[in-house]
Design a protein around this ligand. Structure first.
Ligand code: RIB
Length: 314
């Protein structure tokens, strides 16, 4: 059997400071929380860690600060099986995310990027030999946009498909879309990119949203709609709705990261995009039944068992 081509994740690495409370506070309001937790997080590191936990070879390219959080995150990633040869250390603070999780499992997040803001196009060039080995590259938007744009050009040049998780939502240069194999917004982000309603949800049907996003130039769209499932943009035929597995969510932090990790792993294991979306939905469903970003990611045996038990209920 030929060696598996690794997945390369280029993205953020954070420490998540999580306060749990009955409901998210309104502007100007103080609420009393019930719990405080510290977890390894960051959209890039979460995706890399989830792929490693599924047993697929993965490299992470990013930056940590030279503080205590940075040292702890480095050890955690290393022990999780993520290849961190591409993770450099900068002077100053590592990324920190301040997260509030409600009793309903919803979250709101503020990111202080720290070293993530220092991931530059030079870091991409410095790791070009790793990138050239990739079967797939994953990126998000918690590192400078200029770096993501450059990464997209490099992926196109090297012929490596790029999955871009456009989170947090921000204006993207129109030229980037043609270099994206899979664009994977959640519904709020999709509404932002379509200019529907910059504050949140959209009344537009998912098929229409996916089609319009795809018309911006990317080859594929995966619209992540949480409990409403996933809409896979048309791949030569019509699009498909993959229903969500029904679970009791206690913490939805990093559910999107879990999904992207599962989707990428599924594709690399030779599954069709539709089957990869079902696999990814299972990875995400398990993750929301557990607390924390990286600690919530399931291993392959857990996902297979979950699909066996729950697939008929879809
Ligand atoms: O996607 C979830 C992640 O977003 C958290 O782990 C936090 O670090 C923020 O980056």
């Amino acid at each position: 059997m030929s060696a598996q081509k690794p997945i390369i994740v280029v993205g953020s690495i954070n420490t998540d400071l999580v306060a749990v409370t009955k409901r998210l506070p309104a502007v100007g309001e103080t609420v009393i929380g019930s719990d405080f937790q510290i977890h390894p997080g960051g959209k890039g590191a979460n995706q890399a860690m989830a792929i490693a936990r599924l047993g697929y070879p993965v490299h992470l390219i990013g930056r940590l600060g030279n503080d205590t959080f940075g040292a702890e995150l480095r050890t955690y990633l290393e022990n999780s099986g993520v290849d961190i040869t591409g993770v450099s250390t900068s002077d100053g603070a590592s990324g920190v995310a301040v997260i509030v999780v409600s009793a309903r499992g919803e979250n709101s997040i503020v990111l202080a990027p720290g070293a993530n803001a220092k991931v530059t196009p030079e870091d991409i060039d410095a790791n070009i030999s790793i990138l050239r080995t990739a079967g797939l590259v994953l990126a998000q938007l918690e590192i400078p946009l200029e770096t993501v744009e450059y990464l997209a050009q490099v992926c196109a040049r090297e012929g490596v498909p790029l999955i871009l998780d456009p989170a947090p939502a921000m204006e993207l240069p129109s030229g980037i879309f043609k270099d994206i194999a899979w664009f994977t917004p959640n519904q709020t982000e999709a509404a932002f990119y379509l200019g529907h309603n910059r504050n949140g949800s959209s009344p537009h049907p998912p098929a229409e949203m996916a089609m319009t996003l795809q018309s911006m130039g990317c080859s594929g769209v995966v619209l992540k709609m949480g409990a409403d499932g996933t809409y896979l943009g048309p791949q030569g035929g019509s699009g498909s709705l993959v229903p969500a597995f029904s679970v009791e969510a206690i913490d939805t932090t990093a559910a999107g990261d879990a999904f992207n990790a599962g989707f990428a792993t599924g594709l690399m294991l030779g599954k069709s995009p539709l089957d990869s979306a079902v696999f990814a939905a299972a990875v995400a469903a398990i993750s929301v039944t557990r607390t924390g970003a990286q600690p919530s990611m399931p291993n392959m045996a857990e996902v297979e068992e979950f699909i066996k038990t729950n697939h008929s209920k879809l």
